[in-house]
Write a protein that binds this ligand. Structure first.
Ligand code: GRF
Length: 192
C-alpha cells in the first residue's frame, strides 16, 4: 500500500478531501500521518476523527524541524508528501530526501500571486485589486522557493462581479477539493 503524509496548518478542508478520496477508494493509499504546527488546527481534529496519527511541531523547539521531523518521516516513509495549507517552509534536508515527492496546493494561477506573503485572503484580495476576471488554483512540486516548483495541474475559476475575497476564496477552495485528490491519485496510482 502506498503511503501519504499530509502537512496542514489550517482548517484542513483539503486534507478532508484527501481523507474522503482514500476512504471511498479513489486514491489507493494509506494516510500514514498528519504534521501540523498548530495543535488547535481543524486539520488535527479531522485526523483524530479518522484515526490518523498526528505529530505537532512545537513552536518553542526549533530543533524539531531539523531532527524530529526527518525522523518521523523516516518512520512513516511516505511515497508522497502533500502540503495542504501548511504555512511553514520545508527544510532543505527534507526537500533533498524526497525529490519530486512533495506537492503543494495554492489558491491562485501560479506564478501569479505566489511567494512569501501570498497566503489566505491576501491572495484573493490581490486578484480583486488587480481587476483580474479569472483566478484559480495550482498544484505544484515543492522546491526551495515558495510557490515556484514545477506546476502539475491548474484549474481556472471565474472571478464574478461583486466578489469579495471571501466569496472568491470559497469558489476557488471548492475547486481545490476537486483537483487535489485527482493529482494525488495520478501521482501515486498512475496505473489506475
Ligand atoms: C487552501 O486555499 C490552499 O490552497 C492554501 O491554504 C488553504 C488551505 O485550506 N495553501 P484548508 O485548510 O485546506 O481548508
Amino acid at each position: 500500500m502506498k503511503k501519504l503524509v499530509v502537512f496542514a496548518s489550517g482548517s484542513g478542508s483539503n486534507f478532508q478531501a484527501i481523507i474522503d478520496a482514500v476512504e471511498n477508494g479513489t486514491i489507493s493509499a494509506e494516510i500514514a500521518g498528519l504534521i501540523s504546527n498548530k495543535k488547535e488546527a481543524g486539520a488535527v481534529g479531522r485526523a483524530q476523527k479518522h484515526q490518523i496519527p498526528v505529530r505537532i511541531i512545537p513552536a518553542e523547539d526549533p530543533g524539531f524541524f531539523v531532527k524530529e521531523l526527518p525522523r518521523q518521516l523516516d518512520i512513516w516513509s511516505p511515497d508522497l508528501i502533500v502540503l495542504a495549507g501548511f504555512l511553514k517552509k520545508i527544510p532543505d534536508k527534507i526537500l533533498k530526501k524526497y525529490p519530486r515527492r512533495i506537492i503543494n496546493i495554492h489558491p491562485s494561477l501560479l506564478p501569479k500571486y505566489g511567494g512569501k506573503g501570498f497566503y489566505g485572503q491576501r491572495v484573493h484580495q490581490a486578484v480583486l485589486d488587480a481587476g483580474d476576471d479569472i483566478s484559480g488554483c495550482t498544484v505544484h512540486y515543492v522546491n526551495e522557493e515558495y510557490d515556484r516548483g514545477d506546476i502539475i495541474r491548474q484549474e481556472r475559476v471565474d472571478v464574478l462581479p461583486g466578489d469579495t475575497p471571501e466569496t472568491l476564496a470559497a469558489r476557488v477552495l471548492s475547486r481545490e477539493h476537486q483537483i487535489l485528490p485527482v493529482v494525488i491519485k495520478d501521482l501515486i496510482n498512475p496505473e489506475n
